[in-house]
Each structure stands twice: as structure tokens, then as C-alpha cells.
Design a protein. Structure first.
Length: 292
């Protein structure tokens, strides 16, 4: 009789535990759905508000290649933004990718140097952009005597996004199965050949994800570029000339308070530019992923 009672008690406890697990699972599932819906609603609200306020303010004069106080053209700033982004990625992408290759493929487990690299990357990722701007102004603009220039701004934002590319590339390389490396070594391939022919191509989608995040931060950066690239709204003759980015141009318009409608119109162009770059990068990542 005692055994029967014990069995019944155990069964009751098991049912209670199962019920509790179901309740907990339902609560967590609900919280996840609520968080997802809030995120989606925030995105739709921000984008919808910008489009509502800005689309009607777009005029043909704003697409002129030459800025003046009458047309308030954003095209020079848009071109400057693309130049700054391209220059920054040309500089920072190889450094970030090969730095991650060293950390994953060459550095020994528990290496102090690798630990210092990771700590440095984490520290850099937590520094406010205004500090990067002040550093770029003191070093590139004044110490190197480059003045306010596209090059000074590009190198400043390159330093700023280096941790993003480094850490995302590192995670992408770690996600490549060790069996890929072992199979390559088994076929007689060396370390370098395995990295360039097997590991890096397999990690391309993850690497491009980091580059996409970096592009978004560069395009939307204001403080760092304001103190290094300058606020001149014209096309530069060279990378050593000053030039305003699109985000700085929008900040300038909104700060003056005289052309708020033009600032919203510029925000629409900035939003479309970021979405187009992200879509294009995602398309390339998917194509490269299918080709593996």
C-alpha cells in the first residue's frame, strides 16, 4: 500500500512539473512574440514617420550635383558618404579579416597576445563616437596636418568599425566545422591554402554580415565625421579635400532650424541608401553562400 501511495505521489509530482514547464514555455513564448512585435512596430513606426514627413519635401533641385542655399542639394553629401564608406572599408576590411584569421587559426589557446587583441577590440567597441572624432581631429587633422578631409574622416571611421569586423569575422571563422580543415589537411593542403580555399570561403556570409553592420554605422555616423571630414557641402577634388557626409548634412539642416522639411527629405534618402546597401550586400552573401 505504501508503494502504491509513493507511486501516486511521484506521478502527481511529475504531472505538476510537466504543467509548470508548459506554463513557463508559454510565458517565454509570449514574451518572445511581444518583443518581436514591439521591434517590428518600432521599425515600421520610424520608417513610416520619416517617409510621411520627407517624401513630400523631395524636390528635383535637391538632386543637383552643386549645392547652394536655394536648392539645398544633398547629392554632393551623398557622393561624399559613398567615398568615405568605400575608403574606410578598403582600409579596415583586410585588417579586421586577417586579424580574425590570426586569432582563430594561428593564436594558441590561452595566448596572452590573443587575449590582449580581444580586450582591445572590446574596449574600442565601447568608446563613444565623439571620442573617435576628437582623436581623428587631433591626430589626422592637426598632428598630420591633413586639415578637414575625406581621408581623415575615412580613417577615423575605419578605426571605429574595426572591432565590428574583427569580432564578427572571428565568430564566422569559428563556425566553420573543424572537419573542413581536417579534410583539407588530409588531402595534402597546407595551412595557408586551407585558410584561403576552404575556411574563408565558407565564412563569407558571416564576414559580409560584419561588413554590412560596419557600413550602416559609417553611413549614419555624424560626430566623428563632423570633426574630421568637415561640413563643406560640395564635391571634393581629391580625398584630401573637405566634404560633408549625408548624416552630417542632415544634422546641419536640422540644427539650423530653417529647413526642417529638407532635413526630413535627406533622412528619406539616407534611409533608402542604407536599405539599398544592406539589400545588395545580403544578396551577394546569399549568392556566395549558395556557391559553396
Amino acid at each position: 500500500m505504501t508503494n502504491i501511495k509513493k507511486a501516486a505521489l511521484a506521478g502527481s509530482r511529475g504531472r505538476d512539473t510537466e504543467t509548470l514547464r508548459r506554463i513557463q514555455g508559454g510565458v517565454l513564448r509570449t514574451l518572445v512574440w511581444v518583443a518581436g512585435l514591439l521591434t517590428l512596430a518600432s521599425f515600421i513606426g520610424i520608417v513610416g514617420y520619416i517617409l510621411y514627413k520627407g517624401v513630400g519635401s523631395l524636390t528635383p533641385d535637391m538632386f543637383s550635383l552643386h549645392y547652394n542655399s536655394n536648392n539645398m542639394s544633398f547629392m554632393p553629401s551623398l557622393i561624399n558618404t559613398l567615398i568615405i564608406t568605400a575608403l574606410a572599408l578598403v582600409v579596415v576590411a583586410p585588417i579586421g579579416i586577417f586579424g580574425a584569421v590570426y586569432l582563430v587559426e594561428y593564436a594558441k589557446k590561452g595566448s596572452r597576445i590573443a587575449g590582449i587583441f580581444r580586450l582591445t577590440a572590446e574596449t574600442l567597441s565601447g568608446i563613444p563616437s565623439i571620442v573617435y572624432g576628437l582623436f581623428g581631429m587631433l591626430f589626422f587633422v592637426y598632428a598630420l596636418k591633413w586639415d578637414y578631409s575625406i581621408m581623415a574622416g575615412s580613417l577615423t571611421v575605419a578605426i571605429m568599425v574595426l572591432p565590428v569586423i574583427l569580432r564578427t569575422t572571428e565568430e564566422a571563422l569559428r563556425s566553420v566545422p573543424d572537419s573542413y580543415r581536417e579534410a583539407s589537411f588530409g588531402l595534402g593542403a597546407g595551412k595557408v591554402r586551407t585558410i584561403f580555399k576552404i575556411v574563408l570561403p565558407s565564412a563569407v556570409p558571416g564576414i559580409l554580415s560584419g561588413i554590412i553592420l560596419s557600413i550602416g554605422r559609417i553611413v549614419g555616423e555624424t560626430a566623428a565625421l563632423r570633426y574630421t571630414a568637415g561640413t563643406v557641402c560640395s564635391l571634393p577634388g581629391s580625398v584630401m579635400d573637405s566634404g560633408s557626409s549625408l548624416a552630417v548634412f542632415m544634422y546641419k539642416l536640422s540644427g539650423e532650424g530653417l529647413h526642417i522639411d529638407k532635413a526630413y527629405a535627406t533622412a528619406v534618402v539616407l534611409l533608402v541608401t542604407v536599405l539599398a546597401i544592406n539589400a545588395f550586400s545580403s544578396f551577394i552573401a546569399k549568392r556566395l553562400g549558395k556557391g559553396q
